[in-house]
Each structure stands twice: as structure tokens, then as C-alpha cells.
Design a protein around this ligand. Structure first.
Ligand code: ATP
Length: 350
């Protein structure tokens, strides 16, 4: 029997509990040996308790092997509610936001395999704004330290995952000091890596991602540009419900869907669980690498193949992809296929 992992779980708001719940079932069904430790956090929890996260929550999350999180609502008109997502990134220093966007046959608009790596701790997200005499000002913070660690992360990621090219995306023709620093550090650091480099202005990138996404490999960019380009890429993949992400720090990492809490479809049992399942797959890969666990690598590969075959075959899909299946039916189908790839029978079917 291998290591038993300790996984922090935040169910989140809206569709979060539905898609996290079935994802835990799939992980257990595939034989992932873990203790799931729930940490209560989010807007629903805040409305019930007046707190955004339970008292010892951050401490618990600092001491687990990985965190699996559902989406959390950040309401527009509740100034006392601090964004849990931004708070977790800052408290746990999850500086690299890694979003793999891989097309699916039949579903995606184009054929591509792009990994968007977004700096996750600063830029306009430091949230320092003022309004003086009718003039609103927001502070954009770009530090040399944060630039260096994110571009190094991107180069190392590209080498490790077999990507030939890393593109830095910025707007340094206008923001010469802030984006200029990001760009300069990218090129300075690139001298230490055997990988092809490229740069692109953010608006041109949006255009080119739609026109020819196949020319991109790894993209590294600042916080705000990464946020916007991620949704563009999710659109190209075919649905927000098909995109997962990793937020990685030096000691812990958190895995969650790219999308929000989708309140419009919450509680209906029709949310697409694939985004959460892909996030879980990224978590298994992270743990497999960190703890040199080949069993986890096999489970992650089987899960990826299971997801791909269900989505590309197109028979068991949720309504966002034109299907009529429920969240549970899709998750069970992924479990069934993944178990076959793994050479086992899904426990839920025994
Ligand atoms: P937020 O402000 O938290 O990003 P939002 O409602 O603006 O929330 P999303 O929650 O990302 O944005 O949802 C955008 C649209 O995509 C909604 O119509 C939602 O129903 C749909 N959507 C998001 N995630 C899923 C999913 N997993 N399955 C099906 N549809 C989804």
C-alpha cells in the first residue's frame, strides 16, 4: 500500500458542491488513497457564519499535500466580503497559475495544446485603489522577484513537459516601466534555458489565439492579461466547463476549475464536472511528481484518457456541450472509462 495523501477540500459555492462531490467519488473509485479534509470557505459560508473561511482554515491548508477546490462566488455588491480566491493565493503564496488548454476533437473550435502561466500575486490584483476628486486610480505592482520566479517557472514547465516555445505576453509599448520590467526579466532569464522564446503584445495575442492557436506552446504573462486570455482560450476549447487549473506555490498547490460558481445552473444537477475532474487530474500529476509516485501517474493518465474519450465521443455530455446528461452521469461515465484504461473495474460498478 502506498502513501496516504492528505487533501484539503473546499466545496465552494453555486455548482461547487455538485462538481467537487462527484470528483471525489471518481478519485476514490480510481483507487486514489487519500484522506479528504474539508475546509469551509466561501460566500455561502460567509452568509451563515460571517467568516470567509473557518477559523483554522489557512493553517489546515498550509499543512496538506494538495488542495482541491470548487469555485467560490465573489459578490459584486458586498464590500465586507474579501475575495477568498485572492486571499488564498496571497496567504499560501500560490504564485504560479497554470492553465492547460487542450482542444477536444469534435468540440473545440481549433486544434491546439497551450499552457497559460499567469503570475498570480500582484499586478492590479493587489487591490489598491483610490478615488480623489472624480479621478479613480488603481495601483499596478510588478516586482522583479515575482517576475523572476514566474518566468523561471514557465521555462522549467516548458522543458519538463516537452514544449518547444515560450511566449511572453505584455503591453510594454504602453506600460514601459511595469510591463517593461516583466519583459526584460523574461529575456534575461531566457539565457539560462534551451528553449525558443517569443514575445507578443496582449491585444495581438488575443487575435492570434483565435486565428492560429496551434503556433503557441507555453505562454507566460501578468495577472490581469492571464485572467482575460484564459476565458478566451476556454471559449476556444468549447466550454468553461472543460478547463481546469493549478495554482502552485513552493510548498503547496491548489487545483480548481477556471470558471466561476455558475449560480444560473446551481442545484440543477447539470453542471459539467469535467473542469473539476481535469483539476483533479492536475492534482494527481502534481502529487505524483512531488512524491515520485508512479501509481498516481497511472491514475492521472487513465483519468485524462477517460475524460478525453467521454468528451470526444459526445454521447454522455451535459447541456453546456449540447447533451442532456447530468453531472453524475458524466462523472460515472468518466470513472467507467478511466477504470478500463487503468485495467480495473470501477468500484461503483462492482
Ligand atoms: P464569476 O463572477 O464567479 O466568474 P460568472 O457567473 O460570471 O461567475 P461563471 O460562473 O464562470 O461566470 O459562468 C459563466 C457561464 O458559464 C455561465 O452561464 C455558467 O452557467 C457557465 N458555466 C460555468 N461553468 C460551467 C460548468 N462547469 N458547466 C456548465 N456551465 C458552466
Amino acid at each position: 500500500m502506498g502513501r496516504k495523501y492528505r487533501v484539503g477540500v473546499i466545496y465552494g459555492d453555486g455548482i461547487g458542491p455538485e462538481i467537487v462531490g462527484v470528483t471525489l467519488d471518481v478519485l476514490e473509485g480510481l483507487g486514489f488513497n487519500a484522506e479528504f479534509i474539508e475546509v469551509k470557505a466561501g460566500y455561502d459560508y460567509y452568509r451563515r457564519s460571517g467568516k470567509v473561511i473557518e477559523d483554522d482554515g489557512i493553517n489546515i491548508l498550509r499543512n496538506v499535500d494538495a488542495i482541491l477546490k470548487g469555485p467560490i462566488t465573489t459578490p459584486l455588491n458586498v464590500p465586507s466580503f474579501r475575495s477568498v480566491n485572492v486571499m488564498l493565493r496571497r496567504e499560501l503564496d500560490l504564485y504560479a497559475n497554470v492553465r492547460p488548454f487542450k482542444s477536444f476533437k469534435r468540440v473545440s473550435l481549433r486544434d491546439f495544446n497551450i499552457v497559460l502561466i499567469r503570475e498570480n500575486t500582484e499586478d492590479l490584483y493587489v487591490g489598491v485603489e483610490t478615488l480623489v476628486s472624480g479621478v479613480a486610480v488603481a495601483l499596478k505592482v510588478i516586482s522583479e522577484r515575482a517576475c523572476r520566479r514566474i518566468v523561471r517557472y514557465a521555462f522549467n514547465y516548458a522543458l519538463k513537459h516537452g514544449f518547444k516555445r515560450v511566449t511572453v505576453v505584455h503591453k510594454s509599448n504602453i506600460l514601459r516601466v511595469t510591463d517593461g520590467l516583466f519583459r526584460d526579466i523574461f529575456f534575461e532569464e531566457s539565457r539560462n534555458y534551451q528553449v525558443e522564446v517569443n514575445e507578443m503584445i496582449v491585444d495581438t495575442t488575443a487575435y492570434n489565439l483565435v486565428r492560429n492557436p496551434e503556433v503557441f506552446g507555453v505562454i507566460v504573462t501578468e495577472n490581469l492579461y492571464g485572467d482575460i486570455l484564459a476565458d478566451l482560450l476556454a471559449g476556444l476549447v468549447g466550454s468553461l466547463g472543460l478547463c481546469g487549473s493549478a495554482e502552485v506555490g513552493d510548498t503547496v498547490a491548489l487545483f480548481e476549475p477556471v470558471h466561476g460558481s455558475a449560480p444560473d445552473i446551481a442545484g440543477k444537477g447539470i453542471a459539467n464536472p469535467i473542469s473539476q475532474l481535469i483539476s483533479a487530474k492536475l492534482m494527481l500529476e502534481y502529487l505524483a511528481e512531488r512524491f515520485s509516485d508512479e501509481v498516481l501517474t497511472r491514475i492521472a493518465n487513465a483519468l485524462e484518457l477517460g475524460i478525453k474519450s467521454v468528451v470526444e465521443e459526445g454521447k454522455v455530455l451535459t447541456p453546456d456541450l449540447g447533451g442532456s446528461s447530468t453531472t453524475k452521469e458524466v462523472a460515472l461515465e468518466v470513472l467507467r472509462r478511466s477504470s478500463t484504461y487503468l485495467g480495473t473495474h470501477a468500484r461503483a460498478y462492482q
